[in-house]
Ligand binder design. Structure first.
Ligand code: ASP
Length: 457
């Protein structure tokens, strides 16, 4: 059995929903389906979830939100009409939205979640009804009845462990189940949502609960790319990526799925397939627990699986003669950061020096002055310097742990492109290598690495 999740753009219009249903019906294993709320139909369109948020806000301020409510009903009405569904479902959706607005508003976040959840809930009902109209045995699954229990952190819920046992029962049902993404219920019975983009999490939980063979995540791209397409024109696709590789890439801003999404499937060892609703014949990208070692090339093209880059970092460079002998130096240094509420990304060190790489946005002018002063006076350092406008580039690949000369190839490529390296960190992970460079060099650095590792010469 497969769990297949369809994102907002896949259910944005009747035409898209027809594509989704064709995909579902083309494989009898696709029986547990998760849907998002209708997303953007065109570039500057508004997602139904955002319309719902605006509606809730309006209601909280003015105790009335007719205009906002009608906009949402219209989105569903347009879809229902084009799918030739009866007017009744539109009336039901309108009544559902009204009843949500009439719930208690004393806890604003709770009220907001009750409204936000309406996007996926009604979309799931609509898709189920459409499948029924085609003569298919399909039905909507109510997350409360199915037992998807979440913590009562509104807008940021976490799954409660008993959910897995409850949801297991879905395995024994027949027909096609349409499950709304993004929300569940607190043990007290209140609607609560995951963070934005959370329908992915619902799909992942369901896949883990029923022990699915695969978790398919349908979106609007053919696959994940080996490098940012805004930097490298027409980059190659990633066919296979291990969970480890993906985590390493996400370190420098590379995001495939919302981070939390993968936890349940990762723990259950279930592969994830990212696919395109608009091009279902494309195989997409597979995220797998492990890679057969034989699949991994030792040299040349294919050693590196992906390149990620991100800017907005800064470094605090510290040097002190005999630092390596001073017991407790690192702890005292980190204590200063902790006292200031600063989290750090990396801390490469040498015999007498250490650099701390941080997200630049945390270090405003006053904080910088305070931190530098404390480090100077409390640790008696010889030299300290803060450097801003840094970017991090990471190359990742399971093959890198066995390959010879990856660092040489990478640094040669960067040198040829005239990129000055501020830092190199092979770190504790054998499957990645990180370079710190000036932000202004990011484009040429990524292109040079792409050329080196992904283009045949
Ligand atoms: N509809 C929700 C959002 O826009 C959740 C999702 O689409 O995954 O964030």
């Amino acid at each position: 059995m497969k769990v297949s999740k369809f994102g907002g753009s896949s259910v944005a219009t009747a035409e898209q929903i027809k594509k989704v249903c064709n995909i579902i019906l083309s494989d009898p294993e696709r029986r547990l389906i998760v849907v998002s709320a209708p997303g953007k139909r065109f570039k500057n369109d508004t997602k139904v979830t955002d319309l719902l948020i605006a509606c809730a806000q309006q209601y909280l301020t003015y105790k009335s939100a007719e205009k906002e409510l009608n906009l949402i009903v219209e989105r569903y009405a347009e879809i229902a009409q084009e799918l030739a569904l009866s007017e009744e479902i539109v009336q039901t959706i309108a009544a559902d939205l009204r009843s949500r607005l009439e719930t208690d508003t004393s806890n604003k976040e709770k009220f907001m979640d009750t409204l936000k959840a309406a996007g996926e809930d009604n979309c799931a009902k609509l898709v189920a009804q459409y499948l029924c109209s085609l003569g298919v045995e399909a039905y909507y699954i109510n997350p409360k009845e199915a037992g998807l229990l979440l913590s009562n952190e509104y807008g940021n819920a976490q799954v409660l462990p008993e959910s897995y046992e409850n949801l297991k029962a879905l395995k024994n049902k027949t027909g096609i189940m349409i499950f709304p993404g993004f929300f569940g219920y607190t043990p007290e019975g209140d609607v609560v949502t995951f963070p934005r983009g959370g329908s992915d999490i619902t799909g992942s939980i369901l896949a883990a609960a029923i022990g699915a063979d695969i978790y398919e995540n349908f979106t609007d791209v053919d696959s994940v790319f080996v490098a940012n397409p805004n930097i490298v024109p027409n980059p190659k696709s990633i066919e296979r990526l291990t969970y480890r590789e993906m985590r390493e890439l996400s370190y420098a801003g590379f995001s495939v799925l919302q981070e939390e999404t993968l936890v349940p499937v990762y723990r259950a060892g279930i592969p994830v397939n990212i696919r395109n609703t608009n091009n279902p014949s494309a195989p997409g990208t597979m995220i797998v627990p492990n890679r057969q070692i034989a699949d991994v090339p030792v040299t040349g093209i294919g050693t590196v699986s992906g390149i990620a880059s991100d800017d907005g970092f800064c470094s605090i460079y510290i040097s002190k003669y005999l630092m390596n002998r001073e017991i407790g130096f690192g702890r005292k240094l980190l204590q200063i950061l902790e006292d200031e509420g600063l989290s750090y990304e990396h801390m490469p060190s040498g015999i007498d020096n250490i650099s701390i790489i941080l997200d630049e946005s945390q270090l405003d002018h006053d904080t910088e002055v305070r931190v530098v002063e404390r480090i100077k006076s409390e640790l008696q350092v010889d030299d300290i310097a803060v450097e801003r406008n840094l970017a991090l580039i990471i190359i990742v690949g399971e093959g890198m742990s066995r390959a010879v000369g990856v660092a040489a190839k990478a640094t040669r490529a960067l040198a040829r492109a005239g990129v000055n390296l501020e830092m190199i960190n092979q770190g504790s992970s054998e499957i990645s290598m990180m370079f710190g460079i000036k932000s202004e060099d990011i484009v040429k650095a990524v292109r040079a690495l792409y050329q080196e590792f992904f283009e045949e010469k």
